[in-house]
Design a protein around this ligand. Sequence first.
Ligand code: GLV
Ligand code: MG
Length: 345
Amino acid sequence: MKAPRKFFEPLAIGAPAPLRDLPARLERMIHFVPPHNEKVRAKVAELAPQVDVVLGNLEDAIPIESKEAAREGFIAMAKAVDFGATGLWVRVNALNSPWLLDDLARIVGEVGDKLDVVMVPKVEGPWDIHFIDQYLALLEARHRVAKPILVHAILETAEGVNNVTAIAAASPRMQGMSLGPADLAASRAMKTTRVGGGHPDYRVLGDGAGAARASAQQDPWHYTIARMVDACAANGLKPFYGPFGDFSDPEACEAQFRNAFLLGCAGAWSLHPNQIAIAKRVFSPDPAEVAFAKKILAAMPDGSGAVMIDGKMQDDATWKQARVIVDLARQVAAKDKDFAPLYGF
Ligand code: GLV
Ligand code: MG
């Protein structure tokens, strides 16, 4: 077992020291762009202020013949655009692919100082994170990168879900994790062709008989999201809903994102421009909840004891819940002018 102190020593001579806490950043949506597409790239400067994270996708959905163009396009985009307070992430190719070594080597070499997070797909266990951790440290040292590049794992294999806690605890570079429902469904032999969301056949039937029996669709992702949230929260990382692939059903997308938000997720992927507004709406706390949370904090300034507000009991635990909501509202208000007046800060 690695000694606790060693976790905070750089893994290569000259690499920056690992962070002890995550940088406080708003990450309501991770907006995917295909960087080999010049037309899309040309619009990124305009897009960046409207989203919390811009991610250049090099992995699935990028045709094999465009893998190098996507990598070089990402580098060009990273150099050309001032991302300001918006995060810059890249999703690299998988650990067993012929592209990963050059994805990381080229990108850290060219734009390591601008890159916030590397999203690693198909992570199966802590050994995958250890490899990325060491390789990034060597690249950071070689290219004199000043701040450590963080790592985000996609939870999208049955083995990864089995090892989710060990993945979360594998390195201080870990920023968070996303549910990858498409690959995870395939890995588990789930009988669906969808990318995220529910399924009309996954349901519970109420008691009774005949056509009048009540029946409701259930959420096939509930179990995985709950495990991911616990693994992340226990290790100080952020959990995320991943992709929702049916762009023609914004209502279902919003419902999935909202379940994830209520269970503890910080954000979701946006694969289509219309999902940016959905993620903003969902992952910014409800102004009525914020107002109520502020009441709790005002009524219990030091967070101890018990009070009644509007007939509801408040104590140390609800004070902590209120802190989560008000802290998030402050972060949203600081980044997003549209929300600041709704929260009354
Ligand atoms: C995302 O990568 C997924 O497989 O759902
Ligand atoms: Mg995937």
